[in-house]
Design a protein around this ligand. Structure first.
Ligand SMILES: Nc1ncnc2c1ncn2[C@@H]1O[C@H](COP(=O)(O)OP(=O)(O)OP(=O)(O)O)[C@@H](O)[C@H]1O
Ligand SMILES: [Mg+2]
Length: 281
Protein backbone atom coordinates (compact mmCIF):
# COMPACT_ATOMS: atom_id res chain seq x y z
CA UNK A 1 0.00 0.00 0.00
CA UNK A 2 1.30 3.50 -0.83
CA UNK A 3 2.36 5.62 2.17
CA UNK A 4 -0.06 8.43 1.25
CA UNK A 5 -2.97 5.97 1.05
CA UNK A 6 -2.19 4.36 4.38
CA UNK A 7 -1.89 7.85 5.98
CA UNK A 8 -5.29 8.79 4.56
CA UNK A 9 -6.87 5.60 5.94
CA UNK A 10 -5.28 6.15 9.37
CA UNK A 11 -6.52 9.75 9.51
CA UNK A 12 -10.04 8.46 8.76
CA UNK A 13 -9.90 5.94 11.61
CA UNK A 14 -8.16 8.27 14.01
CA UNK A 15 -11.33 10.43 14.11
CA UNK A 16 -12.53 7.72 16.51
CA UNK A 17 -11.78 8.35 20.19
CA UNK A 18 -10.95 4.66 20.60
CA UNK A 19 -8.24 4.64 17.94
CA UNK A 20 -6.61 8.03 18.51
CA UNK A 21 -2.96 7.44 19.46
CA UNK A 22 -2.35 8.04 23.18
CA UNK A 23 0.38 10.55 23.98
CA UNK A 24 2.51 9.63 26.95
CA UNK A 25 1.23 11.10 30.20
CA UNK A 26 -2.36 11.58 28.96
CA UNK A 27 -5.50 9.63 29.85
CA UNK A 28 -7.08 7.71 26.92
CA UNK A 29 -10.30 9.32 25.75
CA UNK A 30 -13.45 7.39 26.61
CA UNK A 31 -16.84 7.77 24.96
CA UNK A 32 -19.00 10.20 26.98
CA UNK A 33 -22.34 8.50 26.35
CA UNK A 34 -23.68 5.09 25.40
CA UNK A 35 -25.95 4.65 22.41
CA UNK A 36 -28.70 2.04 22.66
CA UNK A 37 -31.07 0.99 19.87
CA UNK A 38 -34.80 1.28 20.51
CA UNK A 39 -36.42 -2.04 21.35
CA UNK A 40 -39.48 -3.93 20.27
CA UNK A 41 -40.66 -5.18 23.67
CA UNK A 42 -41.82 -8.76 23.08
CA UNK A 43 -43.94 -8.82 26.27
CA UNK A 44 -43.01 -12.49 26.67
CA UNK A 45 -42.30 -13.11 30.35
CA UNK A 46 -38.53 -13.42 30.76
CA UNK A 47 -37.51 -12.92 27.10
CA UNK A 48 -37.17 -9.14 27.32
CA UNK A 49 -34.91 -9.56 30.35
CA UNK A 50 -32.74 -12.04 28.40
CA UNK A 51 -32.56 -9.48 25.56
CA UNK A 52 -31.84 -6.55 27.93
CA UNK A 53 -35.08 -4.80 26.99
CA UNK A 54 -36.35 -6.48 23.82
CA UNK A 55 -35.52 -7.10 20.17
CA UNK A 56 -33.79 -4.12 18.48
CA UNK A 57 -36.46 -2.49 16.26
CA UNK A 58 -36.53 -3.60 12.64
CA UNK A 59 -34.59 -6.83 13.28
CA UNK A 60 -35.39 -10.04 11.41
CA UNK A 61 -34.99 -12.93 13.83
CA UNK A 62 -34.94 -16.67 13.17
CA UNK A 63 -37.00 -18.65 15.69
CA UNK A 64 -35.55 -22.12 15.13
CA UNK A 65 -37.09 -25.04 16.93
CA UNK A 66 -37.85 -28.73 16.95
CA UNK A 67 -41.40 -30.00 16.44
CA UNK A 68 -43.82 -29.05 19.19
CA UNK A 69 -41.25 -26.87 20.94
CA UNK A 70 -43.65 -23.90 21.14
CA UNK A 71 -42.59 -21.83 18.08
CA UNK A 72 -46.10 -20.97 16.88
CA UNK A 73 -47.43 -20.21 20.36
CA UNK A 74 -44.51 -17.94 21.27
CA UNK A 75 -44.67 -16.08 17.95
CA UNK A 76 -48.43 -15.58 18.30
CA UNK A 77 -47.95 -14.23 21.83
CA UNK A 78 -45.39 -11.78 20.43
CA UNK A 79 -48.05 -10.52 17.98
CA UNK A 80 -50.82 -10.41 20.60
CA UNK A 81 -48.65 -8.31 22.92
CA UNK A 82 -48.07 -5.82 20.11
CA UNK A 83 -51.75 -5.80 19.11
CA UNK A 84 -52.77 -5.13 22.72
CA UNK A 85 -50.72 -1.93 22.45
CA UNK A 86 -52.49 -0.93 19.24
CA UNK A 87 -49.79 -2.18 16.83
CA UNK A 88 -50.85 -3.75 13.52
CA UNK A 89 -49.48 -7.30 13.30
CA UNK A 90 -49.32 -9.92 10.53
CA UNK A 91 -48.94 -13.68 10.62
CA UNK A 92 -48.11 -15.51 7.38
CA UNK A 93 -48.97 -19.16 7.77
CA UNK A 94 -47.30 -21.71 5.51
CA UNK A 95 -47.51 -24.86 7.65
CA UNK A 96 -51.14 -24.92 8.77
CA UNK A 97 -54.34 -23.31 7.45
CA UNK A 98 -55.10 -20.02 9.23
CA UNK A 99 -58.50 -21.34 10.41
CA UNK A 100 -56.80 -24.25 12.18
CA UNK A 101 -54.11 -21.97 13.58
CA UNK A 102 -56.71 -19.63 15.11
CA UNK A 103 -58.68 -22.57 16.51
CA UNK A 104 -55.50 -23.80 18.24
CA UNK A 105 -54.30 -20.49 19.67
CA UNK A 106 -57.71 -19.28 20.87
CA UNK A 107 -57.50 -21.95 23.61
CA UNK A 108 -54.82 -19.85 25.29
CA UNK A 109 -56.01 -17.12 27.70
CA UNK A 110 -53.63 -14.59 26.16
CA UNK A 111 -55.36 -14.80 22.77
CA UNK A 112 -58.39 -12.64 22.07
CA UNK A 113 -60.32 -13.15 18.81
CA UNK A 114 -61.41 -9.50 18.99
CA UNK A 115 -57.86 -8.52 17.96
CA UNK A 116 -58.47 -10.37 14.68
CA UNK A 117 -61.91 -8.76 14.26
CA UNK A 118 -60.41 -5.31 14.91
CA UNK A 119 -57.79 -5.88 12.22
CA UNK A 120 -54.87 -5.69 14.65
CA UNK A 121 -53.90 -9.32 14.03
CA UNK A 122 -54.00 -10.20 10.34
CA UNK A 123 -53.52 -13.85 9.42
CA UNK A 124 -52.61 -14.77 5.85
CA UNK A 125 -52.37 -18.19 4.23
CA UNK A 126 -49.22 -18.34 2.12
CA UNK A 127 -50.81 -20.72 -0.39
CA UNK A 128 -53.62 -18.19 -0.98
CA UNK A 129 -50.99 -15.48 -1.49
CA UNK A 130 -49.17 -17.70 -3.98
CA UNK A 131 -52.31 -18.35 -6.00
CA UNK A 132 -53.05 -14.57 -6.07
CA UNK A 133 -49.56 -14.07 -7.46
CA UNK A 134 -49.95 -16.91 -9.92
CA UNK A 135 -46.99 -18.67 -8.28
CA UNK A 136 -48.13 -22.25 -8.77
CA UNK A 137 -44.70 -23.68 -9.68
CA UNK A 138 -43.08 -26.16 -7.31
CA UNK A 139 -39.73 -24.30 -7.44
CA UNK A 140 -39.19 -20.55 -7.38
CA UNK A 141 -36.89 -18.47 -9.56
CA UNK A 142 -35.41 -15.08 -8.73
CA UNK A 143 -38.45 -13.32 -10.23
CA UNK A 144 -40.78 -15.36 -7.97
CA UNK A 145 -38.68 -14.50 -4.93
CA UNK A 146 -38.85 -10.81 -5.81
CA UNK A 147 -42.65 -11.09 -6.25
CA UNK A 148 -42.96 -12.83 -2.86
CA UNK A 149 -40.86 -10.17 -1.08
CA UNK A 150 -42.83 -7.41 -2.81
CA UNK A 151 -46.23 -8.84 -1.86
CA UNK A 152 -45.21 -9.29 1.80
CA UNK A 153 -43.75 -5.78 2.01
CA UNK A 154 -46.78 -4.29 0.20
CA UNK A 155 -49.02 -5.80 2.89
CA UNK A 156 -46.71 -4.52 5.63
CA UNK A 157 -46.71 -1.06 4.07
CA UNK A 158 -50.47 -0.90 3.43
CA UNK A 159 -51.56 -2.08 6.87
CA UNK A 160 -48.65 -0.40 8.69
CA UNK A 161 -47.47 -3.69 10.18
CA UNK A 162 -44.84 -3.30 12.91
CA UNK A 163 -44.68 -6.98 13.99
CA UNK A 164 -44.60 -9.84 11.53
CA UNK A 165 -44.29 -13.61 11.76
CA UNK A 166 -43.66 -16.09 8.93
CA UNK A 167 -44.47 -19.62 10.09
CA UNK A 168 -42.49 -21.20 8.66
CA UNK A 169 -39.78 -19.76 6.46
CA UNK A 170 -38.49 -23.34 6.07
CA UNK A 171 -41.61 -24.27 4.10
CA UNK A 172 -41.03 -21.32 1.76
CA UNK A 173 -37.32 -22.07 1.37
CA UNK A 174 -38.05 -25.67 0.29
CA UNK A 175 -39.39 -24.12 -2.92
CA UNK A 176 -36.14 -22.21 -3.49
CA UNK A 177 -33.67 -24.41 -5.36
CA UNK A 178 -30.28 -22.99 -4.31
CA UNK A 179 -28.54 -21.68 -1.20
CA UNK A 180 -27.68 -18.48 -3.06
CA UNK A 181 -31.36 -17.81 -3.83
CA UNK A 182 -32.31 -18.53 -0.20
CA UNK A 183 -29.71 -15.96 0.87
CA UNK A 184 -31.08 -13.48 -1.67
CA UNK A 185 -34.64 -14.03 -0.44
CA UNK A 186 -33.79 -13.57 3.25
CA UNK A 187 -31.49 -10.63 2.62
CA UNK A 188 -34.03 -8.77 0.48
CA UNK A 189 -36.89 -9.54 2.88
CA UNK A 190 -34.91 -8.49 5.96
CA UNK A 191 -33.74 -5.28 4.29
CA UNK A 192 -37.23 -4.32 3.11
CA UNK A 193 -38.80 -5.02 6.52
CA UNK A 194 -36.09 -3.06 8.35
CA UNK A 195 -36.69 -0.09 6.03
CA UNK A 196 -40.38 -0.23 6.97
CA UNK A 197 -39.54 -0.44 10.71
CA UNK A 198 -41.08 -3.88 11.01
CA UNK A 199 -39.69 -6.41 13.50
CA UNK A 200 -40.03 -9.95 12.15
CA UNK A 201 -39.84 -13.47 13.55
CA UNK A 202 -39.16 -16.14 10.92
CA UNK A 203 -39.91 -19.65 12.14
CA UNK A 204 -37.43 -22.34 11.16
CA UNK A 205 -38.01 -26.05 11.60
CA UNK A 206 -34.96 -27.95 12.82
CA UNK A 207 -34.78 -31.64 13.57
CA UNK A 208 -32.34 -31.53 16.47
CA UNK A 209 -31.32 -28.86 18.96
CA UNK A 210 -28.30 -30.79 20.28
CA UNK A 211 -24.67 -29.69 20.24
CA UNK A 212 -24.03 -30.66 16.61
CA UNK A 213 -27.27 -29.21 15.26
CA UNK A 214 -27.45 -26.38 12.79
CA UNK A 215 -29.47 -23.39 13.96
CA UNK A 216 -31.47 -23.43 10.74
CA UNK A 217 -32.89 -25.79 8.14
CA UNK A 218 -30.58 -24.87 5.26
CA UNK A 219 -27.47 -23.69 7.11
CA UNK A 220 -27.49 -20.28 5.41
CA UNK A 221 -30.22 -18.42 7.30
CA UNK A 222 -28.23 -17.82 10.47
CA UNK A 223 -25.55 -15.73 8.79
CA UNK A 224 -28.03 -13.42 7.04
CA UNK A 225 -30.56 -12.77 9.79
CA UNK A 226 -30.11 -10.41 12.74
CA UNK A 227 -30.92 -12.84 15.52
CA UNK A 228 -31.36 -16.52 16.34
CA UNK A 229 -33.60 -17.83 19.09
CA UNK A 230 -33.54 -21.61 19.48
CA UNK A 231 -36.33 -23.68 21.02
CA UNK A 232 -35.87 -27.36 21.80
CA UNK A 233 -36.26 -30.15 24.32
CA UNK A 234 -34.03 -31.73 26.93
CA UNK A 235 -34.95 -35.05 28.58
CA UNK A 236 -35.42 -34.61 32.32
CA UNK A 237 -36.62 -37.41 34.61
CA UNK A 238 -38.82 -39.02 31.99
CA UNK A 239 -40.16 -35.68 30.68
CA UNK A 240 -39.22 -33.64 27.66
CA UNK A 241 -38.45 -30.24 29.11
CA UNK A 242 -38.79 -27.36 26.66
CA UNK A 243 -35.98 -24.80 26.55
CA UNK A 244 -35.20 -21.51 24.82
CA UNK A 245 -31.78 -20.00 24.09
CA UNK A 246 -30.83 -16.74 22.41
CA UNK A 247 -27.82 -17.65 20.27
CA UNK A 248 -27.34 -14.28 18.60
CA UNK A 249 -29.02 -10.87 18.51
CA UNK A 250 -27.29 -8.08 16.62
CA UNK A 251 -27.50 -4.69 18.33
CA UNK A 252 -27.80 -5.81 21.95
CA UNK A 253 -26.02 -7.79 24.61
CA UNK A 254 -28.01 -10.77 25.85
CA UNK A 255 -27.85 -13.89 27.97
CA UNK A 256 -26.81 -17.01 26.02
CA UNK A 257 -27.93 -19.49 28.67
CA UNK A 258 -30.72 -22.01 28.21
CA UNK A 259 -33.99 -21.17 29.98
CA UNK A 260 -36.79 -23.62 30.66
CA UNK A 261 -39.87 -22.75 28.62
CA UNK A 262 -43.35 -23.67 29.80
CA UNK A 263 -46.50 -23.29 27.74
CA UNK A 264 -49.10 -22.11 30.25
CA UNK A 265 -52.67 -20.93 29.55
CA UNK A 266 -51.37 -17.37 30.01
CA UNK A 267 -48.65 -18.00 27.44
CA UNK A 268 -44.95 -18.71 27.42
CA UNK A 269 -43.15 -18.62 30.77
CA UNK A 270 -39.37 -18.76 31.12
CA UNK A 271 -37.32 -19.75 34.14
CA UNK A 272 -33.55 -20.13 34.50
CA UNK A 273 -32.48 -23.69 33.72
CA UNK A 274 -30.42 -24.01 36.92
CA UNK A 275 -33.67 -24.38 38.87
CA UNK A 276 -34.15 -27.63 36.96
CA UNK A 277 -30.68 -29.06 37.64
CA UNK A 278 -27.53 -29.11 35.52
CA UNK A 279 -27.85 -29.35 31.77
CA UNK A 280 -25.25 -31.44 30.02
CA UNK A 281 -25.80 -30.47 26.40
N1 LIG B 1 -53.86 -25.19 25.60
C1 LIG B 1 -52.59 -25.56 25.74
N2 LIG B 1 -51.92 -25.29 26.89
C2 LIG B 1 -50.64 -25.65 27.06
N3 LIG B 1 -49.91 -26.32 26.12
C3 LIG B 1 -50.53 -26.62 24.97
C4 LIG B 1 -51.89 -26.25 24.71
N4 LIG B 1 -52.22 -26.67 23.47
C5 LIG B 1 -51.12 -27.27 22.97
N5 LIG B 1 -50.11 -27.24 23.86
C6 LIG B 1 -48.74 -27.77 23.67
O1 LIG B 1 -48.15 -27.00 22.66
C7 LIG B 1 -47.54 -27.84 21.70
C8 LIG B 1 -47.61 -27.19 20.34
O2 LIG B 1 -47.06 -25.88 20.46
P1 LIG B 1 -46.75 -25.08 19.15
O3 LIG B 1 -47.76 -25.35 18.11
O4 LIG B 1 -46.52 -23.67 19.56
O5 LIG B 1 -45.37 -25.76 18.76
P2 LIG B 1 -44.58 -25.67 17.39
O6 LIG B 1 -43.15 -25.67 17.73
O7 LIG B 1 -45.12 -24.54 16.59
O8 LIG B 1 -45.01 -27.06 16.73
P3 LIG B 1 -44.90 -27.52 15.18
O9 LIG B 1 -43.52 -28.08 15.05
O10 LIG B 1 -45.95 -28.56 15.05
O11 LIG B 1 -45.14 -26.34 14.33
C9 LIG B 1 -48.34 -29.11 21.71
O12 LIG B 1 -47.56 -30.20 21.26
C10 LIG B 1 -48.71 -29.22 23.18
O13 LIG B 1 -47.67 -29.89 23.88
MG1 LIG C 1 -45.91 -24.47 14.64
Amino acid sequence: MKKSTSRAIWSLFSQSAYLRPVESGTVPMMPTHQYERDRCVTGIAGLDEILRGGIPYGSTVLVAGTCGSGKTTMCMEFLVNGANNGEACAHFSATEPSVKLLENVRQFDFFDMRLVDQGLINVFDMDVLFSWLGMTKSTFELSDIDAMVKSITDIVNTIGVTRLVIDSVTTLCYKIPSEQLIRDFLFKLGKALATLGCTALLVSEITSSGAKAYWSSFGVEEAILDGIIVLGDVPRMGHLLRFIQVVKMRGTSHARAKYALELTPKGVMLTPMLKWGAVDD
